[in-house]
Design a protein around this ligand. Sequence first.
Ligand code: PMP
Length: 357
Amino acid sequence: MSQFWSPSVRNLSPYVPGEQPQIDNLIKLNTNEHPMGPSPRVLEAIRAATTDRLRLYPDPEATQLKNAIAKRYGLTPEQVFVGNGSDDVLNLAFFTFFRQARPLLLSDLTYGFYPVYAELHGIRTHVVPVDDEFRIQPDDYLGQAHPKAGGIIIANPNAPTGIALDLSEIERIVAGNPDVVVLVDEAYVDFGGQSAVALLDRYPNLLVSHTLSKSRSLAGLRVGYALGSAELIQGLEIVKNSTNSYPLDQLAQVGATAAIEDDAYFEAACQAVIQTREWLTDQLQALGFEVLPSSANFVFARHPEHDGAALAGWLRERAILVRHFKRDRIDQFLRITVGTSAQCQSLINALKACVRP
Ligand code: PMP
């Protein structure tokens, strides 16, 4: 704490992301990166763009990238907003849509950045508990169940559980709250969820955010985007242009465009993760773990006889990083990113030595 910090900064409690040790020989299953590299076309495009043109500012509108994203989803470029990772997109969306007199509705078990953005922007929240099976209940987000909402944020599939809502459940929430923005964070949707993008032509209050960090294997490039009605996207553009007109550098723009255009690579890479996830789930269950049903590139699992922190510590001593959250109700769980088959085999071998089936 410093006297130089403005009063609004003094009480902030920022989100602490999973560790990013810059060491090569770790089995890193703690922050949901994709185990395969990005499409070779991405690397080629970035190499080709690494020229003295870097002295120029990038296109502030990221026109090419927006066109590629719009084409992929059958939308217009005016329905696409791009940012420096979806964290950037979410932050701007919170500022643009959720600073209302009424509270923002969010789950008690969801992405840790949401309450932080709310705090940063002075947004009141109404926290909605998940049920006994760690599921979000759509009814809890409909009119009667809560004080009238100023906005709603839902991660689908949810993090850290990996549990997904059906499209019809998302639609009920969006249709039931027509006066406010419902933001559906689909960071993990490509690993088996149903995307709400299919609803966009019917609901001007729906905003969907995506990232290239997970299914496109580009966490290092920092690109995310939001899809919605032109009205919502225009609001985001105004706020973006009032803070940082150039959130995406030239290399990120060309790399992301190449990634979006290489659907064949993307689909094969997602399928590989889904297959390994099923294998990993079976193996963990055989060791006595309870594994929540995951539609994401990670699993959330607990062992009835072993403490989550202790298991994470045991793995860490064997150079395997997984995520443990020191929080009520989920203290027993590990969140394990689906890595390569070899990485997942090493994880299972290490757990076998600790947990008796
Ligand atoms: N939403 C959710 C639910 C996430 O888990 C993450 C990644 N930690 C993000 C958004 C942000 O992803 P990125 O900023 O890398 O696009």
